[in-house]
Design a protein around this ligand. Structure first.
Ligand SMILES: [Zn+2]
Length: 461
């Protein structure tokens, strides 16, 4: 698997600017001692996999840098250190060769909309950074009021034409204000030499559909539930999450949905900056908390219980917590590939039993919500049976299955597959059972397949 990934990267067409960039970066003293080698073609092997020996060597180097700069090694630390030591703060895109900043200085979609509303100006995403935009647009005190509305600044501090940029730098750019500003490239340590994805934000949207915001957010619903076929009372969780959002806090899942954990109505309050720095990986304390919570409730979605049960007690430090995160992410990818195969072969109905539309029929009112701890005093459940609920359910089914269809079209489905004979054989048997309409047996066989995938993950531990 890892050789495939590394080879695939080197086979990709590298933009000439990117080649120059890689040479500049590996030669820069800031990266002294960070491992790399060259391929037969002389090009730098930019990518290694995190868990390989080379990856571990790179990780060790990044850990040392964190120590050197006083950054605590926890989830999100690598994103911070990669930006910190980047010599120019400008990353070059592997695909188009464009330079974008590694800092949080570009207006995101929501902010672009706010600019259009306040200034009547349409900003092309990633064409200009926030300071260029300020210099072009802000000409008067009245314009400063507009900026304050865009960034929802409610400070009593006096903001003037002179200190505006400084203020934005301090309270937004330097705090990873992802809710309003985005970086020109996402972090990816220690796989990539410089700690950033090879594609810049200019090209990333094409290769990473999952990041797209949808109109689901207008309904306060978390799309990741649908995308990852997650268990959990999603309605109650969505409602609780919206209370955090009202306080401009981000509700952090203790076990991320993208790693196959349930969408549970229990969150850590985090500032948006902290949350974006976490990068969907668990810390050691997250794993411990999940093990405690599990004594009283379901924490992981049924399809990924097998890998979780197999590996959860092996985690004793932050590196292993990240390792488990990576293996669970990959496992969920495999689960979704299998679901997409089942859908493709015409057994979509069989999959419906794994969705949880019933939660749609309730709404929740929380009393005594405390945003500093994320806890509440009591919750009232209200039964709902209107047309809205029916529409919600339809949407829930539609999006869940659309995601599987997208998976089918992903040309990398074949490349990112498990490559394991036993899994293939077990899958074939499941399809036989589905064909002969033995649904209960097919379900048991599917669990057996997931068990095999968990064994495979364990062999990579
Ligand atoms: Zn690009």
């Amino acid at each position: 698997m890892k050789e495939l990934k590394e080879a695939a990267d080197n086979k990709r067409q590298w933009n000439f600017n990117f080649i120059k960039y890689t040479e500049f970066i590996v030669a820069h003293p800031n990266y002294k001692g960070l491992f790399y080698e060259r391929g037969n073609d002389g090009k730098i092997k930019w990518v290694v996999t995190g868990k390989s020996d080379k990856g571990q060597e790179r990780r060790k180097w990044w850990d040392e840098q964190c120590k050197k700069y006083g950054i605590k090694i926890e989830a999100g630390a690598y994103a911070k250190i990669a930006a910190k030591i980047h010599p120019t703060k400008k990353h070059t895109c592997q695909i188009c060769g464009k330079e974008l900043s590694v800092e949080y200085i570009y207006p995101n979609k929501r902010t672009v909309t706010a600019f259009l509303k306040e200034f009547g100006v349409r900003i092309v995403p990633f064409s200009k950074d926030i300071f260029q935009i300020m210099n072009e647009l802000v000409k008067s005190e009245n314009d400063i009021e507009k900026v304050k509305r865009i960034f929802r600044i409610r400070t009593s501090e006096k903001i003037t034409m002179q200190n505006l940029n400084e203020y934005l730098q301090k309270y937004f750019v330097d705090c990873y204000a992802k809710g309003l500003l985005s970086p020109g490239v996402m972090s990816n340590s220690p796989d990539r030499f410089d700690g950033f994805h090879s594609d810049g934000a200019c090209c990333r949207h094409e290769s990473d559909k999952g990041r797209h915001k949808s109109n689901l957010q207008r309904y306060g619903q978390d799309r990741r539930v649908y995308e990852n076929w997650a268990d959990g009372d999603w309605k109650m969780a969505d409602r609780l999450m919206s209370l955090f959002r009202k306080q401009n806090l981000s509700a952090d899942h203790i076990g991320p949905i993208s790693l196959a954990f349930c969408h549970r109505p229990k969150f850590h309050p985090l500032t948006k900056a902290e949350n974006s720095a976490k990068n969907n990986r668990m810390s050691l304390s997250d794993v411990k908390l999940l093990l405690t919570d599990e004594k009283t409730e379901q924490v992981v979605s049924w399809h990924s219980k097998f890998i979780w049960d197999k590996l959860k007690n092996k985690v004793s430090n932050v590196i292993e917590a990240v390792k488990l995160s990576d293996l669970m992410r990959k496992n969920l990818h495999h689960v979704l590939i299998i679901f997409s195969m089942i859908e493709e072969k015409g057994f979509g109905e069989f999959l419906e039993q794994f969705l949880n539309p019933e939660y749609s029929f309730f709404d929740y009112k929380f009393e005594g919500f405390d945003p500093t701890t994320g806890t509440y005093k009591s919750v009232q459940q209200i039964k709902k049976t209107g047309k809205n609920q029916q529409n919600n359910i339809k949407r829930y089914y539609r999006i869940s299955f659309d995601v599987l269809k997208e998976y089918k079209e992903k040309e990398n489905r074949k490349n990112k597959i498990w490559n394991h004979k036993e899994v293939d054989t077990a899958l074939e048997k499941m399809f036989e059972l589905l064909k002969s309409r033995k649904n209960e047996d097919a379900k048991n066989q599917l669990e057996f397949v997931f068990q095999k995938l968990a064994d495979l993950a364990e062999s990579n531990w």
